[in-house]
Ligand binder design. Sequence first.
Ligand code: ASP
Length: 328
Amino acid sequence: MMRTRITVLASLLAGMSASLVTHAQPAAWPTRPVTIVVPYAAGGPTDIVARALGASMTKPLGQSIVIENKVGAGGTIAATHVARSNADGYTLLLHHNGMATSVALYRKLDYNPLTDFDYVGQVADVPMTLLGRRDLPADNLPALARWIQANKEKVNLANAGIGAASHLCGMMVQQALGIELTTVPFQGTAPAMNALLGGQVDLLCDQTTNTISQIRANKVRLYGVTTPNRIAALPDTPTLNEAGFKGFDVKVWHGLYAPKGTPKIALDRLNTALRAALGDPAMAARMTDLGSEVVPEAKQTPAGLQDWLRLEIAKWTPVIQKAGVYAD
Ligand code: ASP
């Protein structure tokens, strides 16, 4: 009888300590800094969003966030790296539309965006701007279109690599003009912008998160914003649609990813910290000042990112296949 009671007590205690252990685990994550891998160069738009997010997520997460720039191959090197990293929540990826377009653009992709990642949530939506070097002899879109037609043999267009948002925007600009230009790939907007400022390239279409400071300093020519509506940060700038590229509509969206198999507790904590960061007025104000906006709450969720990614892959794959653009 006594032995039975002891056994029952022992198993109750065991059950209690097991549940204590289960409850102790959450408090233990994260115990060290978390790294967000950025697929483009420091100082570029993706990097700027990642650093603003990292700064705002630090407090709710209770750990510092390190930003690591792993550049090259239109963001696919960074995505492969994170897909193969330990699924412990300490290595994350902040990526944009390139996560969806890489599926069709790369003949050989070492990750599958729909099966090799867990999702934390979407972050921010950023318009793009079509820019020219400061001394380009055209000060509006119709004049630019004429100048390009007259100089098409030598005009060049910078981008941040195959699969970059600037590559996508550049493809749409060429489609709108009905001509093919020489494109010059860089490893991010930061070096591409330096080349534009230095006059080594003629044109660049890129996110306001980087371009707005050069626009405000009057160091580049601005031909329009890529979104269907004008943006509050550049109220006098026409949309490319208004200015003559009918139907032009590109926006860059950003998501935060973890390797597949990341423990639920880490994903939950990361999502809580993401939502706290996006609700932080300092983060929202920084994004607004850069011409962009944090996404609405429904998109700040794992499903909000996963569903959007699925839609974007379905949207862009046939477009890219039809255009016949590939990278090896
Ligand atoms: N804005 C770049 C792109 O075209 C990448 C970057 O530097 O953030 O995708």
